[in-house]
Design a protein around this ligand. Structure first.
Ligand code: MN
Ligand code: MN
Length: 325
């Protein structure tokens, strides 16, 4: 088994060699991994600014400075988990339903190898085929969903599938345990108050961006506890963060989370059983100086850190319960 660690930056400078996520090894061999970084360069579900098809490449490019130890969570994820960059799904750039089939199969392959998929978009329409795959393995899952939008609209120009509908479809297809779902960062003008009716009807909880400011992070961490009690999926639409910090995205909404709040809230997931994750909607053509891709890369690092810290916690708990040192 090769060593799954980022390249040593004292031997190979950070700007050298083909870009993989955090300069991790690239492999298509899934068995033996704990987590796989999977790019999905598809933006055919976008309704406004396109360009997120270039997200995976740009996020890899902007991940090369991230160092391997997380001093906040006090964990070095690559000491705990074997993580590789498994490349991209070869999507069909002009057909969303064909792409959905390809994405679902790729994620099923990852899950069947006992590996946690950490997906990089691509637009948010992709969360639906990922969740379909996750559901085949785990049944209905809880979800933490960062976004300025609920993505629970009914349709767009007669299409059931685009980046504004994935979670309505996911609820209809019973992919989610709706009691264990929370959306964070919701804001911006909608068409009417009735846009929230679907979420209300299905008992979906959401925290608005103004509430983040008014109630504070501790209150939100408390709200996030609802996802506990089973497997959880994390979906992070980068437009949950304010366009001042994340301008490179398809449908920006002002008045959002700061990058610091976003990182803090992802860290709050230590102890949660994450069975999959995505970071989506980074559109490099609208980015400035790589700041959106850099944030996305750091959110991915925090997700891996959370998985590693959770694994360490579980080891400690089982040692305690067995009484073994
Ligand atoms: Mn959004
Ligand atoms: Mn979204």
């Amino acid at each position: 088994m090769p060593d799954f660690r980022p390249a040593d930056s004292f031997r190979s400078p950070r700007f050298a060699q083909p870009a993989t996520f955090m300069r991790l090894p690239h492999t298509r061999e899934l068995p033996g991994l704990d987590a796989a970084l999977l790019g999905i360069p598809f933006d055919g579900g976008t309704s406004y600014r396109t360009g997120s098809r270039f997200g995976p490449r740009d996020i890899r490019q902007n991940s090369s400075l991230i160092r391997p130890y997380n001093p906040v969570l006090q964990v070095s994820p690559f000491d705990v988990l074997r993580v590789a960059d498994v490349g991209d799904v070869d999507v069909n750039p002009i057909n969303i339903e064909d792409t959905y089939g390809r994405v679902e199969q790729a994620v099923v392959d990852v899950l069947n190898a006992g590996v946690v998929p950490v997906c990089v978009g691509g637009d948010h329409s992709l969360s639906l085929p990922i969740l379909r795959a996750v559901n085949r393995k785990h049944g209905p899952v809880g979800m933490v969903h960062f976004d300025s939008h609920q993505d629970m609209w009914e349709e767009y120009f007669g299409n059931k599938y685009f980046h504004g509908t994935p979670f309505r479809r996911a609820v209809e297809e019973k992919l989610l345990d709706t009691k264990r779902v929370i959306q964070i960062g919701i804001r911006g003008p909608v068409y009417a108050d009735s846009d929230f009716d679907f979420a209300r009807k299905h008992g979906i909880r959401w925290v608005t961006a103004p509430q983040v400011a008014q109630e504070g992070l501790d209150w939100i961490r408390e709200q996030m506890l609802v996802v506990r009690g089973g497997p959880v999926y994390l979906s992070f639409d980068i437009d949950g963060v304010d366009p001042a910090f994340a301008p490179g995205t398809g449908t920006p909404e002002v008045g959002g989370l700061t990058s610091r709040e976003a990182l803090e809230l992802v860290r709050a997931l230590v102890g949660v059983q994450l069975v999959g994750a995505d970071v989506v909607e980074v559109s490099p053509p609208y980015d400035q100086a790589g700041i959106t891709s850099m944030l996305a890369a750091n959110i991915l690092f925090e997700i891996l850190s959370v998985m590693a810290a959770t694994r360490l916690q579980q080891r400690q708990d089982s040692r305690r319960s067995t009484g073994k040192p």
